[in-house]
Every structure is written in structure tokens, then in C-alpha cells.
Design a protein around this ligand. Structure first.
Ligand code: NDP
Ligand code: HSE
Length: 435
């Protein structure tokens, strides 16, 4: 049988990795797919960087790839939203199947793209969009299809995890750790997407949809990045038996779904707390299976290419199947998606790590504990540190029991108004991640 022709948009980190993996593993891939898979044409703005493009028609015009009559599958690896959306919609209109690693695009426009793809009877596959090389989409969409998913928690941004690990293990500064993540090809074109939590929010949007059967709702997430995490907090958390991880968290409650991305203290005995560097991990709790953990490289050329190529094999395997009988894009049948509300952050309940800077004088702790007590917030642990050399304020670290975010916001406002408190309170949420 003739090989399937792929048109590749983008020959950067992931595009180059995809060309290399398809070439190196051509024999194994053909045995799995039942047909060869070859990149027949590709587009980038400049000449390709790190791959061998022999035998691939190169163009600087991405539309020439989506309009090429010989291409059966378009792989979008240019990133960004507007141009990628236009190109994919055009590929779908041309009757091409699509594979993409573009989480920003899927999180923001996936509902539109999937509707267009269904109408045209083609597939849009996006395994590489979440957690790089970990086949987490397939695991939740297919492997856990018998479960009611109760919650999931993921380290889903390799750049943030790499940076937090470098800060903890090597005492690196924030900017230095970010520059290294960029050099290694982990960071987004605009690294603010990584460090401000937006990239993780894109991925959590996708995970929550396939886990709970809800439409993609990126705008409803609570999103925080890692800019406010200092090495001091990393060290104090460690002393209390926790690791700080940038976590995406989604939980189904009786009132609605929690969807949030923020730095989180996790007990260091949990496996997921020990996931370091660029590695990602997603912990999924299903009612039947219990907790399951998926671990692997979350970014980088070939780990991501691994997921892109797996999608290509999946598409090739079902090229001739009835479109009605394919795995639905969002795991649930399109007419069975639920309108479960997303909870506002004020209604979310969690435990907290608080770090206060306060004058070292009598009565300060009494004021703080009174404010917390009046709001029903109970303290699990409290540590006061020696003042640093030449300073007259001290760090006070508190771990609280679970409380609603709204109550905690109110308490923090009152604590920050105390004369003796000298700086804004650092608040990091704590999750036990037990069953
Ligand atoms: P790169 O910046 O390394 O590569 C992008 C490629 O697209 C380059 O070849 C670039 O060409 C080309 N390109 C960009 N704009 C245009 C345009 N207007 N016309 C033609 N070509 C264009 O990005 P990555 O490979 O890192 O990322 C690609 C996608 O994969 C993104 O959606 C990203 O979020 C996603 N992703 C990335 C991962 C990673 O580890 N890097 C992991 C998982 C997903 P040129 O170089 O000439 O400018
Ligand atoms: N910038 C992303 C990350 C790439 O660091 O996780 C993988 O999606």
C-alpha cells in the first residue's frame, strides 16, 4: 500500500523532532500503522534547524501545505493561535485530518475546531498538547473510560517544574533557571506563558474536558504562575515536609467543578512531589480504579514528537473507518457534554501555607491567630524564624487546615492591615493528594 502523505507546518523543536522520529523509526511505525507515513512537504519561515529534510518539499508558505492535493494529514507545529486556527480550519475544509501539539489553540478554539471536523468527517488529534510525551489524553479518554473521574492533579508545565527543581536543588535564581529552560527548547515562544501559568491552564482546560465531559472553558480557570515563589518558600516548605510544585488541579464536587492552576505544597512522600526537572506527571483518581499516575518528559523535541507520531499512527489506522464510530474528540459524545458549573475560586476549599513578615514584638502572633480563629480557620503548624542579620522583622510560617478561599482572602486582608505586619502575605495552597 502507498505511504500516507503528511504535510508539516513548522520545522522547529517539535517539527524537527517529528521528522527525525518518523525517519529513524520508519520500519516500526509502518508495522504498527499498516502503511508507511512520510512527510511529503513542510513549511517554516526559515530553513529548518535540526532535521534532515531530504525528500521533503520545503515552502515558506504554510497555505501551500494545507492546500496540497496529495497531503492526507496536516500536522500543525507552528504554535500561536490565529494563524494556526486559520490553517487548521482550512485543512479541515479541504477534508484533511489534523494532528496538532498546540494546547493554546485547542484550549481556546477546540470547541469550534472539533465541530468543524465532525461536520467534515475528519479527525483532529492533539495528544502532544498535554504533558509532552505522556499519552495522558489516550489514557483518560480510552483507558479510564469505565470510571467517573473524581479529580486529577498534574505537573503539566515542564519549564516551571524545571525551574522550581533548579531553585530547590541547585539554589539557582529565577532568571537563570528560565534562561536554561529556554536554551533546552522547553519554554514557549513567549516564556511568560510558562511562568505565569497560562500554558498549564491551557492543558488543564483540555484535561478537565476529557475527564468530566464538559466543553473547553479556558476563561473559567483560576490561574497563578510561579513568579512570586522565592527560594525562601522552597526551603521552608521542605522543612515542613512539603515540596512546592506548579500544579493544575481539577475536582468534581457536588456544587460544581474546581479548575485551578497555582503553586502547591505537596507532602514530599507523594510520588508526584518527587517529579523533578522537565518531567511531568498527572495523577488521575477514578472511582473504580483509584489513583493512577502517569509520568514522563513533558517537553522537548523527541518526547513531544513521540506523541505527535502516535497520533499519526492512530489517524492512519482509522483512515477508512466510519467517522461516526471514532473516539470522540472530548471523550464523551458531543451531544452528551454536560453544563456542570465551574466553581468560583472563593468557593474552593483547600489548606494553606502562609508566610508573614512581622516585627519581632509581643502580641503579633496573638493578633494573627485571633484573625484566623474569628474566621474559623484552624492552624495545623506554626514556625517563627530568627530575624535575618541586620533586620528587625521575622518570618512566621503557618500551615492551616482546609478552609474556603473566600474566608482566607478576608483573613489575609485583615492580617495585612496589622501595623506589625511589614509585607504582603505569601499564600500557597496545600493539597494532600491522598485518595
Ligand atoms: P518552535 O518555535 O521551535 O518552532 C515553530 C516552527 O514554526 C518553526 O519552524 C517556525 O519557523 C515555524 N513558524 C512559525 N510561524 C510560522 C509562519 N507564520 N509561517 C511558517 N512557519 C512558521 O516551536 P516548538 O516546536 O517548540 O512548538 C511548536 C508547537 O508545539 C507549539 O504549539 C507548542 O506550544 C507545542 N509544544 C511544544 C513543546 C516543546 O517542548 N517545545 C512541547 C509540547 C507542545 P522559523 O523557525 O523559521 O521561524
Ligand atoms: N512550554 C511547555 C512546557 C512545552 O514547558 O511544558 C510543553 O508543552
Amino acid at each position: 500500500m502507498k505511504p500516507v502523505n503528511v504535510g508539516l507546518l513548522g520545522l522547529g523543536t517539535v517539527g524537527g523532532g517529528t521528522v527525525n522520529v518518523l525517519r529513524r523509526n520508519a520500519h516500526e511505525i509502518t508495522r504498527r500503522a499498516g502503511r508507511g507515513i512520510r512527510v511529503s512537504c513542510a513549511a517554516a519561515r526559515d530553513r529548518p534547524r535540526d532535521c534532515n529534510v531530504e525528500g521533503i518539499r520545503f515552502s515558506r508558505d504554510p497555505y501551500s501545505v494545507v492546500d496540497d492535493p496529495d497531503v492526507q494529514i496536516v500536522v500543525e507545529l507552528i504554535g500561536g493561535v490565529e494563524l494556526a486556527r486559520e490553517l487548521i480550519l482550512r485543512a479541515i475544509a479541504n477534508g484533511r485530518h489534523v494532528v496538532t501539539a498546540n494546547k493554546a489553540l485547542i484550549a481556546r478554539h477546540g470547541n469550534e475546531l472539533f465541530a468543524a471536523a465532525r461536520a467534515r468527517g475528519v479527525m483532529v488529534a492533539f495528544e502532544a498538547a498535554v504533558a509532552g510525551g505522556i499519552p495522558i489524553i489516550k489514557a483518560i479518554r480510552e483507558g479510564l473510560a469505565g470510571n467517573r473521574i473524581e479529580w486529577l492533579a498534574g505537573i503539566i508545565n515542564g519549564t516551571c517544574n524545571y525551574m522550581l527543581s533548579a531553585m530547590r536543588e541547585e539554589g539557582r535564581e529565577f532568571d537563570e533557571a528560565l534562561a536554561e529552560a529556554q536554551r533546552l527548547g522547553y519554554a514557549e515562544a513567549d516564556p511568560a506563558f510558562d511562568v505565569d501559568g497560562i500554558d498549564a491552564a491551557h492543558k488543564l482546560t483540555i484535561l478537565a474536558s476529557i475527564a468530566f465531559g464538559i466543553p473547553l472553558q479556558f476563561d473559567r480557570l483560576h490561574v497563578e504562575g510561579i513568579r512570586y515563589i522565592t527560594r525562601t518558600d522552597v526551603v521552608y516548605a521542605e522543612e515542613l515536609g512539603y515540596r512546592i510544585k506548579h500544579l493544575g488541579f481539577a475536582r468534581a464536587t457536588a456544587q460544581g467543578i474546581e479548575l485551578r492552576v497555582h503553586p502547591t505544597l505537596i507532602p514530599h512522600r507523594r510520588l508526584i512531589a518527587n517529579v523533578d526537572g522537565v518531567m511531568n506527571a498527572v495523577l488521575v483518581n477514578g472511582d473504580a480504579v483509584g489513583p493512577t499516575l502517569y509520568y514522563g518528559a513533558g517537553a522537548g523535541a523527541e518526547p513531544t514528537a513521540s506523541a505527535v507520531v502516535a497520533d499519526l499512527v492512530d489517524v492512519v489506522r482509522v483512515l477508512t473507518s466510519d467517522p461516526e464510530n471514532r473516539v470522540p474528540h472530548l471523550a464523551f459524545q458531543p451531544d452528551a457534554l454536560a453544563d456542570t458549573p465551574i466553581l468560583p475560586m472563593e468557593a474552593v476549599e483547600t489548606a494553606y501555607y502562609l508566610r508573614l513578615q512581622a516585627l519581632d514584638q509581643p502580641g503579633v502572633l496573638a493578633d494573627v491567630t485571633r484573625i484566623l480563629g474569628e474566621r474559623g480557620i484552624s492552624i495545623e503548624a506554626m514556625v517563627q524564624k530568627e530575624p535575618a542579620e541586620g533586620q528587625d522583622d521575622v518570618s512566621v510560617i503557618l500551615l492551616t487546615h482546609r478552609v474556603r478561599e473566600g474566608q482566607m482572602n478576608d483573613a489575609i486582608q485583615h492580617i495585612e492591615r496589622l501595623q506589625s505586619v511589614t509585607a504582603p502575605v505569601t499564600r500557597i495552597r496545600v493539597e494532600g493528594l491522598g485518595r
